[in-house]
Design a protein around this ligand. Sequence first.
Ligand SMILES: *Cc1c(COP(=O)(O)O)cnc(C)c1O
Length: 404
Amino acid sequence: MYKINEDYLKLPGSYLFSTIGKKTAAYKEKHPDKDLVRMGIGDVTQPLAPAIIEALHKAVDEMGSPETFHGYAPDLGYEFLRNAIVKNDYQARGCDIAADEIFVSDGAKCDCGNIQEIFSKDNKIAVCDPVYPVYVDTNVMAGRTGTYDAVKETWSDVIYMPCTAENNFSPELPEKTPDIIYLCYPNNPTGGAITKDALQVWVDYANKVGAVIIYDAAYEAYISEENVPHSIYECEGARGCAIEIRSFSKNAGFTGVRLGFTVIPKDLEVNGTKLHALWARRHGTKYNGAPYIIQKAGEAVYSAEGKEQLKKQVAYYMNNAAYVREGLKDAGYEVYGGVNAPYIWMKTTNNMTSWEFFDYLLENANVIGTPGSGFGPSGEGYFRLTAFGTYENAVEALKRIRAL
Ligand SMILES: *Cc1c(COP(=O)(O)O)cnc(C)c1O
């Protein structure tokens, strides 16, 4: 008789956003007349920029004639896209990354989840707490996290690095030595950023202890401050210890289009084996490439018009973030984030737990956010609001919260 992968059974509870969905639906059923403002799930709302739509149309037409039809894409992605990525995201920022170190994919979530496959099951992972749940859950599925403590909401074999207001949401170097360190900057969920000097400390540490950093830079486009690095490869020595994962979802609205990439420098090597070779093997065996049409749309993200249009889109969301952040502060709330990331991370009031605050806002303001505790135990007592809605929604949400 077949057996299942028992590690899947270790995953606790239901997924954060499905619980939010269920609670929201139950409220809606009881109060069908209420108009809810949704600032929970981190999905974009602005339509694709005209330059991208144009590229998509053109690529679709190409697929319709034999001379310009495209079948399977090259394993690592089309050169036109990898060259545009290298030129704009890396060389323009002084980062030494080559086109053949870029692996184009259908999004950052898959890459964040799959990358652990090329590492030994014995490796110890370190994550920020709170954290984007994909890093931990995919390691649970792989059997790398030990046993779950339902009271503490932690795994025995995971090193947690608390990020709270007390340390300004910047984790300290862990006491136990990890093999794999997941970092996400600008950060989801806390909305915090890391300075170049602070990131350099992590790069130096990883090189010293022989750890690899998996650097999720999905929110790079939202950086507004000068001393915040857009790529980990801005730090010296990062080619020897860091994998970087990027997405087109948040900078260009590709959440429903699907495109991302992972950078694995050829310097990343352990006992004579290059991680680049392992990921290339994995990519070639398990993945058949992002669609030509979508990669053409990705190329348009780097065109002059594309850049201009997307800068406005990002500015639109960040204007929402500033409005909510300043409005909440003004109303007396303790608020973080929203400067280099489209997330507002606020302290709950009256010592409410994150879920109590969720219910309180849902019932009294009809505003939906995300309980901080859903991202890890150190998120308890915090609450996340996204700036990905419309400006009108942000204004409405703030009006209702102010009236509480
Ligand atoms: C949204 C998000 C991603 C996933 O992006 P996709 O490319 O849409 O899969 C990855 N990491 C973080 C932290 C995110 O918030």
